[in-house]
Write a new protein. Sequence first.
Length: 110
Amino acid sequence: MPPEADMREPHAPEPWDTIRSDIRDTVMVAFCKALHGTQLSPLAVIELMAEAVGSVYREVADAHQGDRSCPCGWQPSPLADIAAMQAALAATAAPAPGIDLLRIEVQGRA
Ligand SMILES: [Zn+2]
């Protein structure tokens, strides 16, 4: 057992969960700001957010190629990386299994 494991609380969230939660909170704040500051529809704002994620990937991938690339050792693989990003988006955006969209009542408008 690594020494840092002894310092953790018994039910402390995993670092991955904390990072996921922090990023989601940041994205939600940006979404709400863009939605309320414009006349864009919720989907239009979400599409802009997806474009931003894609452009961040492109910039980071570019920084890992060429003569003066980042020394961390990561090798971008655009086809596989984009497939992984699409799978992550689909896995979290799709309704939970067993939910019948035709039976859901609209609760309000974003
Ligand atoms: Zn790197």
